[in-house]
Design a protein around this ligand. Sequence first.
Ligand SMILES: Nc1nc2c(ncn2[C@@H]2O[C@H](COP(=O)(O)OP(=O)(O)OP(=O)(O)O)[C@@H](O)[C@H]2O)c(=O)[nH]1
Length: 873
Amino acid sequence: MTKIRVHEYAKKVNRTSKEVIEELGKLNVNVTNHMSMLDRDATSKLDQRFGKGGSTPSDKSAGQDHKQSSRPASNAQDKQRRGDSPAAQGQQRPSQSSQGGNRPAQGQQRPSQSSQGGNRPVQGQQRQGQGSQGGNRPTGQQGQGSQGGNRPTGQQGQGSQGGNRPAQGQQRQGQGSQGGNRPTGQQRQGQGTQSGNRNATGQQRPSTGAQGGNRPATGQQRQGQGTQGGNRPAQGQQGQQGQQGQQRQGQGGGGRPAGRGGRPPARGINQGRRRHRPAPMPKVEKPLPEKITFYESLSVGELANKLGREPSEIIKKLFMLGVMATINQELDKDAIELICADYGVEVEEEIRIDVTDLEIYFEEDEVVEETQTERPPVVTIMGHVDHGKTTLLDSIRDTKVTQGEAGGITQHIGAYQVEVEGKKITFLDTPGHAAFTTMRARGAKVTDITILVVAADDGVMPQTIEAINHAKAAEVPIIVAVNKMDKPSANPDRVMQELTEHGLLAEAWGGDTIFVPISALKGEGINQLLEMVLLVAEVGELKASKNIRARGTVIEAQLDRGRGSVATLLVQDGTLRIGDPIVVGNTFGKVRAMINDLGRRVKEAGPSTPVEITGLSDVPQAGDRFVVFEDEKTARQIGESRAGEALQEQRVEKTRVTLDNLFEQMKQGEMKELNLIVKADVQGTVEAMAASLMKIEVEGVNVKIIHTGAGAINESDISLAAASNAIVIGFNVRPDVNAKRAAEEEGVDIRLHRVIYKVIEEIEFAMKGLLDPEYQEKVIGQAEVRETFKVTKIGTIAGSYVTEGKITRDAGVRVLRDNIVIFEGELDTLKRFKDDVKEVAKGYECGITVKNFNDIKEGDIFEAFVMEEIKRA
Ligand SMILES: Nc1nc2c(ncn2[C@@H]2O[C@H](COP(=O)(O)OP(=O)(O)OP(=O)(O)O)[C@@H](O)[C@H]2O)c(=O)[nH]1
């Protein structure tokens, strides 16, 4: 190599002229400036100094950096690079970072000031280890590594961490493409800037020490911070940094409004500090309770509250169990137990006793064995219509109830007691008519023994089977009374035979059912039957305690004009006394007077005794439970609350729509309804009537009983009927004067009856009448089109000849062409010559126009038809 100028050489070795001049100075080669010529000797010395490639060994990395970097470093940087070991720099940089408030003075050197800084090298190493988080590249080696191309030298990398961001400017540029991939690195830059160093060092946005310290642990947090920070410096420095700024903006763009870039440094510091706030302490979870209790169910929120956990945690757990739940979702017992088991918390379901539920007083086991004594059996007589139930009861009581009955059918329900061999037996008089099925079912609940009356001449009939089923369902023993044995046609064997098919095998045939042949009419076999009743009762060990507060069931109830609400009660346990505070069904009161089955006033009634009481606030229903309470206040409270609940239930029932009945209700929307108000002399009859009426089945019509009640038909019944277009049915009752007048005024239909089947028959007719009439088409005649005339404004007039039947003006018409219906509609005009006529008979000519149809041709046939109403069967 010949002579070369200093600047040429510097260029060759990729150094600045100044560096070369300095180096020459060290080599004692005097040069004046960058234009000075270097001789061969000086050049070879420099070559040795800078190495063949133009770099000194110690400066290798810097050299590379220069090559890779697009931006020349300042002298200071050069010096730094050359003079400081990477490690030292590493230490320096971090320290500067955070407490970057000092940085203005640091210039590019960023001396280590912060105690945190001391950590950095370590962090730096950690970061290296993290590899892809390249923002950490603190070391020179890393910088020289494969990532070197993107990043400035390791030193620069360190610089960036340590706050030596002058180099970062280059870094960022160099990193360019990396930027997008390295949120971490970018973030750090951003943070640094925030630290308030912006002003001081322009390019040097040192990273914050605290963050530096946290980084390894909180990679994600840093990202967040970085994102924010990234904006500010970028904006503040955009002018200076060009690409860098943009890059940062791009990186941090989502984080902040652009305007913030202009914030004063002080604010930046504050924010920087804020960001340095240690991560929020993990929430200290409340200790779990050992046990939680619940009643019926808990919502997710409530359960979370009880467990002292966040509802979201519970929702998550449920989700893991495959249940999607919201905070308000009710959890059932199983779900609660499952969740609590997961937490290891014990669960207990609270059982609250509903004092208003009268059934619980029947289940109560307060009865002590010793205090119990034998009680009379309660017997129900069941059987098919006319098989002799009433006659049998008469025979037993020696009373002729049958004679006084309207229509010969038992309509009242009562209870009576008889004494046989010094032992009492209570009989419930349950009528055999199908209308009383409901009552019978209720009756079976209080029944100990059933006497099944089967007429020996008639055998097993539908209601016999029904009675057997009721008794079996109630697990009540059956004694079969084969009645009418006095009749010549009596065939007891046939009865026994037929009953075997229904599971009743006579003792005589190896079974365990007692069969007693009787003649109710003649009073034969009655004693034997009663003996059997006592025997079965004995086997059943029927016991009750006399010394407890009474409880039992309503046999029937009615409203008496003079006495008010009157109820026949069967005391099933305990003793009922006058003055007892009592809740009966949804009513309550104090037992004012008690009358036994013989019409005598009594002061108390023991187990299995039927008594009629007065003193109730309202009329209860047959089958209702009654319970005596210790004081009137309690009775009143419970009674009132039950009445309220009942009312509520009634309302809910009316409006309730469930998925199950939705379709049903929709169907009902198309149905017609027959509204009824049923009044009868006793409550039992009212119920039975209502049940029978509800059973009436006429397609397309629904029976709706809107009101029932015991007692005379009154004005309010009429006004209700008028308002709801209902028919009032009075059974064994009459309307009072006011009701009569009101009914006449309002045009309300009152039907009065004494025999139950007549009511049902009549209502059935009424329902059939309610249906829309059914129509059937009837062809009344045919006419043939002989000629057509087209008349403006009128259309086509068909000159026709009636070939069959007649054509009427109001008939429907079909136009047939080659026996194919081409139009169906109405006749418009029908004329004979020029006159409009109502009908034209066979054999006559006429002019016909058809409404909305003019395409009539010769040879077409008009078929006239009418819709005829057909009577329902
Ligand atoms: N020959 C004869 N006739 C009887 C006997 N028992 C009842 N009868 C008659 O059978 C008919 C019906 O008797 P009821 O006692 O009214 O029959 P029931 O089963 O109570 O009928 P319902 O009240 O309609 O359910 C009456 O005419 C009785 O006189 C009997 O043992 N022998």
